[in-house]
Ligand binder design. Structure first.
Ligand SMILES: NC(=O)c1ccc[n+]([C@@H]2O[C@H](COP(=O)([O-])OP(=O)(O)OC[C@H]3O[C@@H](n4cnc5c(N)ncnc54)[C@H](O)[C@@H]3O)[C@@H](O)[C@H]2O)c1
Length: 488
């Protein structure tokens, strides 16, 4: 398995006069150094050091318990604070050059770029035997999630996805309560978010825009990475890339890995078997819906079906809502109690035969409503055996650095709450919804009479990563890569 990032890597090798054979990246344990001893400090690098990447690398650095040796970002204004925080770190624009130049100095990498770069950057690191912490969603598409999950095992590296709520002890409490049969087998799950909170479902920008002063055209080209080339526009970078399929994964991709995590974990779910959706429409003229296949929709409603699992002996239906739409208040929850969080902007409801378990983002506000009218709240003093639970983001980054030091397959590695063995299938499930949303936009003709022939109930073979009843939807399992950036 190799990324064909090698084109540019080869260019770099040519320029630097190093031969590929002398250098082709061998994991450290093969070179004989072995895993890093627990007393050692890890040498960390960050790819996408601005935005969320700033807190990811600071948390992993753990107040100086590890070293930060390199920072990579295509926009130096976005990561200025991170550079200031780590003045000794080498600074790069291109993660491929960083890995080529100083791979021998790097043990582990946090990757916090926009979603479209996660897969290629993580694969390039893993091929070199680097441990990786990758932001959520793990990847931009289902194909990449499957490849990364396989690669983490193949290269024997320690992985963690950045859905920090996975390490919230509240999730362990929910698991315990479910195991104790508090709510009985679960048949229906509702999950919702108030995202998108960025422009989404809007026309593609056509007017020219100046690159930010600190960015060169080469930097913008690096931002594009594996995606289809489009000119810079502030509606893409920073942050707003989320609303465009070329880069982001919409509201579902943004929040699904936080909010679908509790039911996926508590109920021990695997690949769904079926998906169907509908999406919000946008009108700027009477009767003619805007046709914006490049943009994620302003709202969506997705239904996924799952077979019974080892943990949950009931088939179940999961219903996702975004764009401000939320489920109705269940009868069992008193009308004056918020569902999910105060304001009910985000939430999760799991309905079982004996009661309802509910929480919001990161597993917060976990509570149970029983059919007999009792309410059970997370005990104040609830403690787990997670030694990092009181740390920032529940110690999600620190537990990963500890596992990197202990090595692949160690006790610490197995204790991670979102290594790719778990977060790969979770991400695939989240991205199944996006596959349906993109299929829903397929159509012949235009305007009022457009024939939307992709608006179907889709059946999924998870093992084969294939929609079995509508082949055209399978184009959304993966993506088309720009030359030189293919992930295979
Ligand atoms: N876990 C969480 O709570 C949480 C919160 C926010 C964001 N995120 C995730 O973090 C990731 C980044 O989101 P954000 O809000 O920080 O976005 P952002 O646009 O604010 O920041 C992304 C950073 O990556 C840099 N970048 C872009 N392309 C790059 C490339 N090819 N190489 C190196 N650097 C590159 C940008 O310049 C920018 O500094 C996303 O995957 C997002 O889903 C997670």
């Amino acid at each position: 398995m190799k990324t064909t990032l090698t084109n540019s890597r080869r260019d770099f090798l040519k320029k630097s006069g190093i031969t590929a054979g002398a250098f082709y990246i061998v994991p450290r344990h093969v070179l004989g150094r072995g895993f890093v001893a627990p007393s050692d400090r890890l040498n960390l690098a960050s790819i996408g050091a601005g935005g969320k990447g700033g807190s990811d690398i600071r948390n992993a650095h753990n107040g100086g318990k590890e070293n930060v040796v390199a920072l990579c970002d295509v926009d130096k204004s976005r990561c200025a604070n991170t550079i200031k925080h780590f003045p000794d770190a080498k600074v790069y624009n291109d993660f491929r050059v960083m890995l080529d130049e100083i791979h021998q100095d790097i043990d582990a990498v946090t990757i916090s770029t926009p979603d479209h770069v996660h897969g290629v950057a993580a694969m390039a690191c893993m091929e070199m035997g680097k441990h990786v912490y990758v932001q959520k969603p793990l990847t931009h598409n289902i194909y990449e999630a499957r490849r990364l999950t396989e690669a983490a095992r193949q290269y024997k590296i320690v992985s963690q996805m950045g859905n920090q709520g996975a390490s919230n002890p509240a999730q362990a409490w929910m698991m315990q309560q479910f195991e104790n049969d508090m709510i009985g087998p679960v048949h229906t799950v509702h999950v919702w978010t108030n995202r998108p909170v960025w422009p989404q479902g809007i026309p593609v920008p056509v007017e020219a825009a100046e690159l930010p002063e600190v960015m060169s055209p080469e930097d913008w080209d690096l931002f594009i990475g594996p995606a289809e080339y489009v000119d810079y526009h502030p509606l893409y970078h920073p942050f707003k890339w989320r609303g465009w399929w070329n880069f982001g994964t919409g509201a579902l991709g943004d929040m699904g890995c936080h909010l679908i995590d509790p039911p996926f974990r508590v109920l021990g779910l695997g690949y769904p078997t079926e998906v169907e959706c509908s999406v919000g429409q946008v009108f700027t003229q009477d009767w003619v819906p805007e046709d914006i296949p490049e943009g994620c929709p302003p709202s969506s409603h997705v239904q996924l079906k799952f077979p019974a699992s080892e943990r949950n002996p009931s088939e179940l239906t999961m219903i996702w809502y975004d764009g401000g739409i939320r489920p109705f208040h269940p009868d069992l929850i008193p009308a004056d109690d918020w569902i999910g969080e105060p304001g009910s902007g985000n939430g999760v409801i799991m309905i079982g035969s004996k009661g309802i378990m509910t929480c919001t983002v990161y597993g917060q506000r976990a509570q149970i409503y029983l059919n007999n009218g009792d309410k059970v709240e997370l005990p104040e003093d609830f403690r787990t055996d997670n030694p990092y639970e009181t740390e920032t983001e529940y110690g999600h980054q620190i537990s990963w650095t500890a596992a990197c030091k202990a090595g692949f397959d160690s006790k610490e590695h197995k204790a991670l709450t979102s290594s790719f063995d778990y977060s790969g299938p979770l991400t695939e499930t989240v991205l199944m919804g996006n596959l349906a949303i993109r299929s829903y936009a397929l159509g012949k003709g235009s305007g009022r009479r457009k024939d939307f022939y992709g608006r179907k109930r889709l059946f999924w073979n998870g093992e084969a990563t294939k929609i079995t009843n509508f082949d055209e939807a399978n184009q959304f399992v993966g993506r088309t890569y720009r030359d030189g950036w293919k992930l295979i």
